[in-house]
Ligand binder design. Structure first.
Ligand code: PEP
Ligand code: MG
Length: 583
């Protein structure tokens, strides 16, 4: 077999090399078998027993997971328990057994298949995600009806890379960390529960590979690069060597970097910057703190609105933001208000399909049009601001009117809370994200009305270069080092500093080692990134003087193409830290 390289969606970072274990679908097909009238009550009671047994199993599993991984992870199983109480499903099975006089195992498996096929055709993302809950519970019930014991991932004896079409949350949650060293699924997205669990278990994972279970066989040698989303099957000796070296290097680096965890991100001549983390889920807090984050530079609150039927209430949001504020103590926590639309979808809003969603009704535009939803969030943020060092920022600001209108609504919320006698921090800092070229070009104006800026380069790059950030066909044009992007960034930092406000960056650019010297030299005050990159960036900052970084930035700004800038910066990094960035 010759080497195959497959590309999926990076779900949890890291490199792992091992043998594939195909975690296939069990054969739960059941034969169609008739029964007599007298057997009907017996079949129904078998079904009821299986439901009770399944319920007990799920509750036990939920307890175990909550103890081992925290109660939020246990909550995943609440949805499973709800499936067990689904009267429609239960009554359909019972009435079919009565009417069609068939064994309950068969009737149940048919009903289950029908549910799966109906749900897979529904366009609603929320309902689609419920298929895995229904399938997961359904298979448990069926196993109990058939009296089969399942060989789970917890029973594995060797260290393996699990390859599956899909993994249910309960599969992932029972993965024994030392045995399952990586996993790959055919389906799933970055925000599926499975991917979240992988991240918090720190198991490298790739999802959405589409053809994994087709191309990979049990026992195949596999490399999973969870950082880039690449999976290599049957690697040639040279590829294996390359990744082994990379894996070893990463391990070595992690050990080196951990020694600077509690030291400041300070240049050799005393310039200190702040290194913060981006998160999507509060579950990431322990890992963020472990990686030495000095606060949160971006909490993407839209994930709070996903995977649910209703909208989060003010109280519910208040509790969540308060939890974050308390977890970080004095360290700043920046809550980014709802940034929905573009490639982020929330089923409850029923957003219309648009021709150009990234340029459409998203983020602050949506929030200003729906003050009911926006103000609920703003009140929750204000209330939580009394419990810690919270700041708030607005996404997709394209001009000063949007910033003013957002601040007006925030002011209305303050007054409402005051009238209700509820405490909030009157000095809550309000920032603007700079991710639209029009905002970058008017950052001098915006800087007079914002307490800080956070540059959202993921969007700023796509808008300034007219390159859809999700389109793989034009990905080669998506260049963070393009002179146009660098000029916008420099302009924003300079405008911010002129008005005496600090300027951060929460786009992926700020966690990119080769860009750290440039951004430092341009005067960026805060770098916010995926927490796993924090110590590497800190190491670079601690290795250089600010004077030197400024010179590097000046030279980079003189170059005329993105490729030249990139090559120049990589060269400088190599000169500075040859042991890490040399070949
Ligand atoms: C950005 O655009 O850089 C950003 C941080 O926001 P998001 O990636 O959530 O659009
Ligand atoms: Mg953005």
């Amino acid at each position: 077999m010759s080497e195959i390289t497959l590309k999926g969606i990076p779900a949890a970072p890291g490199i792992v090399i091992g043998h594939a274990y195909i975690f296939g679908k069990e054969d739960l097909d059941v034969e169609r078998q008739g029964i007599s009238e007298e057997q009907v009550p017996l079949e129904i009671s078998r079904f009821e027993d299986a439901l009770i047994q399944t319920r007990q199993e799920i509750i036990a599993l939920q307890k175990k997971i909550a103890q081992e991984m925290g109660s939020e992870h246990g909550e995943v199983f609440d949805a499973h328990l709800l499936v067990l109480e689904d009267r429609m499903l239960i009554e359909e099975v019972i009435s079919k057994v009565k009417k069609e006089k068939l064994v309950v195992d068969f009737v149940f498996s048919e009903v289950l298949k029908r549910y799966a096929s109906v749900f897979s055709r529904i366009e609603d993302e929320y309902l689609k995600e419920r298929i895995s809950d229904i399938n997961d519970v359904g298979r448990r019930i069926l196993r109990n009806l058939l009296g089969k014991k399942r060989k789970g991932l917890a029973d594995l004896e060797e260290r393996v890379i699990v390859i599956a079409h899909d993994l249910s949350p309960s599969d992932t949650a029972t993965m024994h960390k030392n045995k399952v060293v990586g996993f790959v699924t055919d389906i799933g997205g970055k925000t599926s529960h499975t991917a979240i669990m992988a991240k918090s278990l720190e198991i490298p994972a790739v999802v959405g590979l589409e053809v994994g279970t087709e191309k990979i066989k049990n026992g195949d040698s596999v490399i999973v690069d969870g950082s880039s989303g690449v999976v290599i099957v049957a690697p040639e000796p040279e590829t294996l060597k390359k990744y082994e070296v990379q894996e070893e290097k990463m391990k070595g680096l992690t050990a080196t970097f951990i020694s600077i965890k509690d030291l400041p991100a300070e240049t050799t001549d005393g310039k200190v910057v702040s290194l913060a983390a981006n998160i999507e889920f509060p579950e990431e807090i322990p890992s963020v703190l472990q990686h030495g984050a000095e606060g949160l530079g971006l909490y993407r609150t839209e994930y709070f609105y996903m995977n649910r039927r209703d909208l989060p209430t003010e109280d519910e949001q208040f509790e969540a933001y308060k939890h974050l504020a308390e977890a970080f103590g004095d360290k700043p926590v920046i809550i980014r208000t709802l940034d929905i639309g573009g490639d982020k979808f929330v089923s409850q809003f029923n957003l219309p399909k648009e021709m150009s969603p990234f340029m459409g009704w998203r983020a602050i535009r949506f929030c200003l049009a729906r003050p009911d939803i926006f103000k609920t969030q703003l009140r929750a943020i204000l209330r939580a601001s009394a419990t810690g060092n919270l700041k708030v920022m607005f996404p997709m600001i394209s001009g000063v009117e949007e910033l003013r209108r957002s601040k007006e609504l925030l002011q209305e919320c303050r007054e409402e809370l005051k009238a209700r006698g509820i405490a909030y921090n009157d000095k809550l800092e309000v920032g603007a994200m700079i991710e639209v070229p029009s905002a970058a070009l008017t950052s001098d104006v915006l800087s007079r009305e914002a307490a800080f800026f956070s540059i959202g380069t993921n969007d700023l790059i796509q808008y300034s270069l007219a390159v859809d950030r999700t389109n793989e066909k034009i990905a080669y044009l998506y260049e963070p080092t393009h002179p146009a992007v660098l000029r916008l960034i420099k302009g924003v930092i300079d405008a911010g500093h002129k008005s005496n406000i600090w300027v951060g960056m929460c786009g992926e650019m700020s966690g990119e080692p080769s860009l750290a010297l440039l951004l430092l030299g341009l005067g960026l005050d805060e770098f916010s990134m995926q927490s796993a990159s924090i110590l590497e960036i800190k190491n670079i900052i601690r290795s250089v003087s600010y004077v030197q970084a400024k010179q590097i930035a000046d030279q980079a700004m003189e170059l005329t193409t993105g490729a030249d800038v990139e090559a120049f910066l990589k060269g400088k990094l190599k000169e500075l830290l040859p042991a890490i960035y040399g070949n």
